[in-house]
Design a protein around this ligand. Structure first.
Ligand SMILES: [Zn+2]
Length: 446
């Protein structure tokens, strides 16, 4: 870790020597309340930079940390702080799914694939983006090619347009050593975290001198003037991945914020959602038999309320009733408007429907679009509305089409209505000739 501070120490010394004269003044031991407050705030920032703050002292315009490291006061003073993590004008849209993988220029005998998969896992953990490893025409291809300069490890590409990631990461085949063996797995992970950062729209944390560069140099709020642990510092090839720095985490969360919903017991993969999101009643476990709702607590005492806004990371717990029997509720279009039923507990319900004796004259079909189907709701709210095809596909008037619901819905205890309908425009349905159809719906739950 110490080596990472080297740049910082050098920089501090440079600042010191360049303004030596005025800094030789020792300040008084008496400090105002303001100064004390400032010191406490500075300590927090210095601690977050990775330094020990137990014996911090002041010397002129500097804080003295860990005996011999000088930190310029203005660099950690929140009122004077300048942000330093940077992005380009364009950066990738949040909640996007991005595929990334190597192509066949990367030998299978190397561990580049393992490195990319770890980088995928890390960006999935720290951003609202979803990365998927794929070698089948991915959005971002990692490949080996000759980059001019034998000291360059790799090169990323900035987003070409708003929302779109850069499409290539090039590993230098012209590196002065065999880069496949020169970098171990953790060094490859650091390198690819860095290059992928560029592809998503991040610039160098220590890159203020690089200027706009035609792509923009936009400061990311909440990050300090120097972050020696940032994986986006330039000149960091051969650095080893350890943990994400506090401010890199802040930068990633600022650009791609999300709340994570985890589902206990690996009952289904977690999802990332924007803050303020309402969980959908269609989010269900991968295995649904006997499922009867999500709970906020592992003891299954607080059922999840769908009116809740999700504003932080949460875990939901599934409840199961095993060995229960199936309940069926039915409605047909030729009897009543709808069937009402009452659920005494939360249940996962799914629908199945058939349409029989539909139109057999093609010119009738277009006239009655969206007038045949099934619906499910509670008082004036409609939870499901599914329009069905009313065609008869062959000359047999007894033929019917079947619909099986692929999207079961979670319903809380309460009274609901279920309705099957067929276009009423041809008059009475029941018992009429082949032109007059009937829709039937069956709702089931455990
Ligand atoms: Zn770079």
């Amino acid at each position: 870790m110490k080596t990472k501070y080297f740049f910082f120490i050098i920089m501090s010394l440079f600042i010191l020597s360049s303004c030596n004269e005025e800094d030789k003044v020792l300040i008084s031991n008496k400090m105002s309340v303001n100064a004390l407050l400032q010191l406490e705030q500075a300590k927090l920032t210095i601690y977050a930079m990775g330094f020990d703050t137990t014996s911090i002292s002041e010397w002129g315009n500097y804080y003295v940390v860990e005996g011999d490291i000088l930190i310029y006061k203005d660099s950690v003073n929140p009122t004077k702080i300048k942000t330093r993590q940077y992005r380009t004008n364009f950066y990738v849209n949040n909640f996007r799914e991005i595929t990334i993988g190597v192509n066949n220029t990367i030998s299978r005998s190397t561990n580049w694939r393992d490195a990319v998969k770890e980088v995928v896992r890390l960006y999935n953990e720290y951003t609202g983006l979803t990365f998927v490893y794929s070698e089948n025409n991915p959005n971002i291809t990692i490949y080996k090619s000759n980059i001019s300069g034998t000291n360059v490890c790799a090169s990323g590409t900035f987003p070409p347009s708003p929302g779109e990631p850069g499409h290539e990461i090039i590993i230098n085949s012209n590196f002065y050593r065999d880069i496949d063996t020169y970098l171990d797995l953790n060094q490859k992970i650091f390198l690819l975290m860095h290059e992928l950062g560029h592809n998503l729209g991040l610039r160098h944390t220590n890159g203020i001198s690089e200027g706009d560069g035609g792509v923009g140099l936009v400061q990311i709020p909440g990050t300090p003037i120097v972050d020696p642990n940032s994986f986006m510092n330039g000149g960091t090839c051969s650095y080893s991945w350890d943990v994400i720095s506090t401010y890199d985490k802040i930068a990633l969360e600022y650009l791609w914020p999300c709340c994570r919903i985890s589902f206990a017991g690996s009952s289904r993969p977690g999802i990332k959602v924007p803050s303020g999101y309402h969980l959908s009643r269609f989010v269900i476990p991968t295995s649904i038999e006997g499922f009867c709702g999500w709970y906020e607590d592992a003891a299954l005492t607080i059922p999840w309320k769908y009116v809740n806004e999700i504003t932080s990371d949460i875990t939901l717990y599934p409840k199961w009733i095993l060995g229960g029997s199936i309940t069926r509720i039915e409605d047909t279009s030729d009897t009543s408007y709808s069937t009402t039923f009452t659920l005494s507990r939360t249940a996962l319900v799914s629908l199945q429907a058939t349409v029989g004796r539909g139109f057999n004259e093609w010119w009738d079909i277009s006239k009655y679009t969206n007038q045949t189907g099934v619906a499910l709701g509670k008082s004036s709210s409609i939870y499901k509305m599914i329009y069905l095809d009313q065609y008869i596909w062959n000359a047999n008037p007894e033929s019917y089409m079947e619909y099986i619901d692929k999207d079961p819905i979670i319903l809380d205890p309460g009274t609901y209505w279920l309705s099957a309908f067929f276009t009423p425009n041809l008059g009475l349905q029941y018992g009429a000739s082949g032109k007059h159809g009937v829709t039937t719906v069956t709702l089931t739950y455990y």
